[in-house]
Ligand binder design. Structure first.
Ligand SMILES: [Zn+2]
Length: 98
């Protein structure tokens, strides 16, 4: 058996915000269950902070501390969703090509 090679991967760091219970502020939750509800947009959406997303995903979970059920909403970016249209600001109407 060959000796294990040392990983040469280069890791970026990205902040992952845990979802939080509105009732007790806990971030402890059960695993997601049931079917997620996914809304895929056909062009890039902008969050108020400027980050792009192409789909809104809602997943069911339950607070581990107080038992409250909730939907976790995540704004995700998947380049496979894009049909080649550029980023569009919410409310922006492209009348130049119509
Ligand atoms: Zn809670």
């Amino acid at each position: 058996m060959a000796a294990k090679k040392k990983s040469k991967r280069n890791y970026d760091q990205a902040e992952a915000q845990p979802s939080r219970c509105k009732k007790c502020q806990s971030t402890q939750r059960t695993a997601y269950f049931g079917s997620p509800v996914i809304r895929v947009f056909d062009y890039v959406q902008k969050r108020p902070d400027g980050t792009d997303f192409t789909r809104l995903v809602k997943r069911r979970t339950k607070c581990r501390d107080c038992g409250q059920y909730r939907w976790d909403l995540s704004y995700e970016f998947d380049s496979k969703d894009l049909p080649l249209r550029p980023a569009t600001k919410p409310g922006f109407i492209d009348s130049a090509n119509s």
